[in-house]
Structures are given as C-alpha cells and as structure tokens.
Write a protein that binds this ligand. Structure first.
Ligand code: F6R
Length: 613
C-alpha cells in the first residue's frame, strides 16, 4: 500500500516522478504529493488521485533534478491534503515519503511533544521525520546517520525516502517489510527509487532490490548501501526482464479487462517449459531442491489472503485428491496470530501475487521459526515473499495492475495443479495414464480460456439485466466452491454490490432464507461429479423464485431448461474446471461495475498490495 518514487540525476525529476506515481497508483489513491529540490525545498500535495495533483500543478515551476513522490492508501489519518505525503519535519528542513506503518509512533510522538514539537498531520510518517530531525539536532550527525539511529528505534514496517533542505543533492532511503527498488542509470550517475520496478523500467533495466534493514545513501549521484548496523553492503545489481508494454493498457479501457484477456497467454507462460504430456515431463526447477519434503509431507498447510487464499482452497482439493495428503488452508492473517501447531513433517505453501502482503510475510516468518519448510507461489519476481521462502515457483503472469486479481488466480491454479501432480506422481498416488491425461488436459487450458473469453458479449448482456441488484449469491460444489467465493469477491470489490459465495449444499442451512425474486444466484454447475446434486440446488432456488445464472458445460441441455441464463464453457476435467469457470465470473463483475460507473482499476478503499496488517 502506498507507492513511493524518487529521482536524483541530471534529468528533470518532476516528469519522472509524476509518471511513476501514475504507474504506482494501483497501490493507493487517497492522495498524492511530491517534493522537489529547486533552489529550495518545495512540497506539493493533494487529496485525491494523481491526476488531481497534476492538475493543481499546471502553473507551478517544477524544475529540479532531485525529488520524491508518494501516492497514498490511508492507514493513519483520514485521506486529506494534510495527511498526504511528503511530510515535512517540524522545522521544515526534512521531508519524508513513507510506505508502511510505524507501530510505536504514538510513544515516539508523546516523547517529541513533551520536548515541544507540534504536528500538523495525524500520520505516523510525520512523527518519523520529526524524530529524525530531533536526533540530527541532538547528535549533530549527518542525515544518513540520523536516519539510521531513528530506524534502530522504530518498530513496524517501512520503505522511506528522506530529503533535506541542507543537502539538496542527497536522498536517503531505507526499508523494512515494505518493498523498495533502486534503478541504476546507464552511466551510474542517476538513480530511480520506487516501490516496484514499474516507474523505473522505462529508463533502465539495472536494479537493486533493497533488503530489509538496509539504507541506501545517494549523495551527488554516488550510491552507498549500508546495513542498519552501519556495515557497508555491496550492491547486487540485477537485470529487469519487465517490458514496458506489460505495464501499459495496450488498447484496453482498463487494466482489469486487459488482464482478464491476457489469461490464455499468462496461463501458457505459467506452464511453459514445465510440462510435456508427450514426454510425460513435469519440471518445476525452483521446487526441486525441496520436493522430497512435499512428497513425504504428513500435512500441507496452504496460506494466503483474498484471491490467493481462494486459489489455496482449490489447492486443497488438488493435493488431497491427487497426492492423498491432508491439507489445511488458512488465512495468513489468522494463522500468524494463533499459536499454530507445525510438526516436523509438515510443509507450508504460501501464495501471493504481489509477494509483499504483510500478513502472508508474517505467517512465513512464524512458520519458519517453527521449523517448517516453505514453498512460495508468487507473481512478482524478487518480491519479499519469493525471497523469504525456501523454494517455489513463479506464476509468470506479468505485472497485474488492476486492483482486482484475475490473471494471478489462474496462474496460481496452474502452479498448484502442476505441484500436486508432481507430488502425486512421485508418491505413486496417480497412475501413469491418469498423470499423462491430466498433463495433456492442462496443455489445452490456455486455448479453452480463449474460448471462454468469447463469452464476453453474452456476459455483458447478463450484466445489464442484473446491474442494479443489491445482493448476489454464488454457489458451487467441490472444486468450484472456491470459484463461487472468488466470483463473489470480484463482484463486491469492484461493483460494491454485496455478494456471498457458499458451497451449494450449505444453502439450505441458512442462505436459502434470502432467496426471493430479487436475488440473482450464480451457480457454477459444470458437468462433474456433483452435477446431479447441483441440479437439485438450482431447483431449490427456482422453487423460491430466485433468478439463476448458471455456468454450465458446453452442450448442457438440462440446466438450460431451468436457469434464467446459462453461460456455456468448454468441457474439461474436474480439477481444472476452476481455471475456466472463473473467466465468465471475472467478466460479469467487470461489466456490472462498468455499468454502475465504478472505477474498476481503482476500487474505493482498496489498494493492490496490502503491506499493512
Ligand atoms: C482480490 C485481491 C486481494 C488479494 C489479496 C492478497 O481481487 O486482489 O484479495 O488477492 O490482498 O494479495 P497477494 O496475492 O498479493 O498476497
């Protein structure tokens, strides 16, 4: 949450920073601001989106080669101009941009107040920058030393960049728990700092991922990296593989729609080089070293949040059915606050698109302390979770910028399927012909997703019928129960319509009371082992005058007779059906949200990666 960008070099800083903020806006869009060194230190900030800030700066002199910028997702203090970043320190000599939460800020604030400092915002970030100012004053140390001393006393998560009026050619950055990437200019004479690589890729492909507890000091365009204990670190420069087109809309109206449409390719990319049904080959290089731990596991625990947790639920069905190993799926946010029992032969799989979700990271740390081997399934290469896990596989979906997760979900399912299959094969819980059959079917999924996308116009028509509904119910059984949860989440987060997902059989234990002629019920009713049962559930809804939208297998005639609307998706085997069934649900929520005038890429109150608790 919150995006930060900074630049120092010979170019004009403002255009780089403002464009960078636009790229990072998916991380938060409550307010935005920049600070520039141009003869003096100036701060400009505004409630609202980056476009509002840009508009307000039309007639302002924005020259300068050093600057910082921030787009905010509010944690401390309501979204307004006052709480927007950058924040000045008390004497306005320092400015800070901050992503994260300083947990002990109120103790530090009280201490500073007792010394006579006053604050103009409600944020923890203003407390931090004033704390740095106070240390600098008391110790007469250079800025980087004051930052180091302050951070040694801070509890919480942060990625920060600090500038000082006194040292206009200097940026001091640091991270703990929140990401920070440094782009190194071609001649090593300019530096770009950002929460992720998207603001940087246009200028350089050489980057350094700052590690936790590291401070980067860039003075007169020379970079030094120190540990918080002041030891000097040798920067490890990596080459970015991110392409500029991947972070642009490419002719689509919204990132979300672009990302829905990318799924034939993103799933193919997740499978690429990893499977061959002809050769019976399944290769997950990043898992090999620890694969025996998965094969001999007594229990697998899958952890994640939101959509990634839904993917984990599908993983439970996959591992239990194919590899015959007990699985528990848990919200990382709950797991981390319990005292979970992890035994010697347990293995943990963590799923995260961003690789930065604070709850998932904290769950990993806890599981590690208890001695677990941890596998990661991430999208963002080099992310904190990818680095914190022992082994894993990237989904290779490319940047997911729309706040609602779409292509990450299908990519996560592709990896989970391959992993479960690999474990099953090695354990001998699947025979050769079933193994090859599933591999062969997996290879057809990208093309079948392509067919699902052809349902767009049909889905749009259904959306127009239900766009004003106040509630939705999503029902599925078995592998498609998590798809029901995911369909409901997509709808509520971008259209603000209340929606619930349930296992269809649970309906009669409560939710059936909600059903009347006003209630649209989306059934995922593909031809699988629970087909007959789900038909009974549809009849139960119809008997109470509910309106049924059913996702069915191509050629289905029976459900067509009873449902108000059917959407036919290609046939596939049961374990793979979530990868297809979710596509029309993503499209349905997209169209409903658009028809309701919602900002689908930037839904209210949300941000893409949740790096706070
Ligand atoms: C829903 C959505 C969120 C994320 C959740 C976990 O569309 O995007 O529910 O799935 O915040 O994020 P990651 O996967 O980045 O850990």
């Amino acid at each position: 949450m919150c995006g930060i960008v900074a630049y120092t070099g010979m170019r004009e800083a403002y255009p780089i920073i403002i464009k960078g903020l636009e790229r990072l806006e998916y991380r938060g869009y409550d307010s935005a601001g920049i600070a520039l060194q141009n003869g003096d230190l100036h701060v400009y900030k505004k409630k609202g989106k980056v476009a509002d800030l840009k508009e307000s700066l039309k007639n302002v002199n924005l020259e300068g080669n050093v600057g910082i910028g921030h787009t905010r997702w509010a944690t401390h203090g309501e979204p307004n101009d006052r709480n927007a970043h950058p924040h000045y320190s008390a004497n306005q000599n320092l400015v800070i941009i901050h992503n994260g939460i300083i947990e002990n800020y109120s103790a530090i604030k009280q201490d500073l107040e007792s010394k006579g400092y006053a604050f103009t915002s409600d944020t923890d970030s203003e407390v931090l920058v004033t704390f740095i100012e106070d240390i600098q004053k008391n110790t007469q140390t250079p800025l980087e030393e004051a930052v180091r001393l302050a951070l040694q006393r801070v509890v919480g998560a942060y990625a920060i960049v600090v500038m000082s009026r006194d040292t206009p050619h200097m940026l001091v950055a640091a991270r703990k728990g929140s990401p920070l990437v440094i782009g190194v200019g071609k001649n090593k004479d300019e530096y770009f700092l950002a929460s992720d690589a998207t603001p940087i890729v246009e200028y350089t492909n050489e980057v350094i991922y700052l590690d936790d507890l590291e401070i980067a000091i860039i003075k007169n365009n020379q970079l030094v990296i120190q540990h918080l204990d002041s030891t000097i670190k040798t920067p490890y420069i990596q080459t970015l593989t991110l392409a500029l087109e991947a972070i642009e809309k490419g002719g689509f109206e919204h990132f979300m729609l672009k990302e829905i449409y990318e799924q034939p390719k993103s799933v193919a990319d997740a499978l690429r080089g990893r499977i061959s049904s002809l050769e019976g080959r399944l290769h997950l290089g990043g898992m090999l070293e620890y694969i025996n731990r998965l094969v001999t596991a007594d229990r697998i625990m899958i952890l994640g949040c939101g959509t990634s947790w839904h993917a984990g639920l599908v993983g439970e069905y996959l591992f239990e059915e194919l590899a015959r190993v007990p699985v528990e799926v848990e919200y990382a946010s709950e797991f981390r606050y319990r005292n979970p029992i992890i035994r010697e032969n347990d293995v943990v799989i963590c799923i995260s698109q961003s690789g930065e979700t604070a709850d998932t990271l904290a769950a990993i740390e806890l599981a590690k302390q208890k001695g677990a081997v941890i596998f990661g399934i991430c999208n963002v290469v080099g992310s904190s979770i990818a680095r914190a896990t022992h082994a894993g596989a990237y989904i290779h979906a490319g940047p997911e910028i729309g706040v609602a997760s779409t292509k990450a979900f299908t990519g996560q399912l592709a990896i989970l399927t391959m992993t479960a299959l690999l474990v099953a094969y090695r354990k001998g819980t699947i025979n050769e012909s079933d193994y090859r059959r599933i591999l062969a079917e997996l290879e057809t999924i990208p093309q079948k997703i392509e067919q699902c996308l052809k349902l767009n116009a049909e889905t749009e028509k259904i959306a127009s019928v239900f766009k004003n509904a106040h509630n939705f119910l999503y029902l599925g059984r078995g592998y498609n129960f998590p798809v029901a949860l995911e369909g409901a989440l997509k709808l509520k987060e971008i259209s603000y319509i209340h929606a619930e997902g349930y296992p269809a059989a649970e309906m009669k234990h409560g939710p059936i009371a909600l059903i009347d002629e006003e209630m649209p019920v989306v059934f995922i009713a593909t031809k699988d082992s629970s087909y007959e049962k789900i038909i009974s559930n549809i009849q139960e809804v119809k008997a109470r005058k509910g309106r049924v939208i059913a996702i069915v297998t191509e050629g289905d005639t029976e459900i067509k007779k009873m449902a108000d609307f059917t959407i036919e998706i290609p046939h596939t085997i049961e374990p793979l059906s979530p990868m297809l069934a979710v596509i029309p649900l993503q499209l349905l929520s997209y169209h409903i949200a658009i028809m309701r005038g919602c900002d689908v890429d930037r839904p209210r109150n949300l941000a893409k990666s949740v790096t706070v608790e």
